[in-house]
Design a protein. Structure first.
Length: 79
């Protein structure tokens, strides 16, 4: 089952995906990581759906940047 605070993240990510805001979707994934939520298959599916049809080189570059930011946020939170 979904964690109660995870529901708003999932709903926001789905709304962003429908609006074509793939950067916001990826940011949502990073926010979930940084807050210690388990990023489930639904969240990844929404992220990949949001990315479809975009310039993959640009998208992967942005995703890598967000991953690095997310990893840094998680490292800072756990210290």
């Amino acid at each position: 089952s979904l964690q109660p605070r995870l529901v708003p993240f999932s709903a926001a990510m789905q709304a962003c995906e429908r609006a074509g805001q793939w950067r916001s979707v990826l940011s949502g994934v990073v926010q979930m990581w940084s807050r210690g939520f388990h990023v489930d298959a639904l969240a990844y599916n929404v992220a990949f759906k949001a990315l479809s049809g975009n310039d993959w080189v640009r998208v992967l570059s942005a995703f890598e940047h967000l991953l690095l930011e997310g990893a840094a946020a998680v490292a800072l939170d756990s210290s």
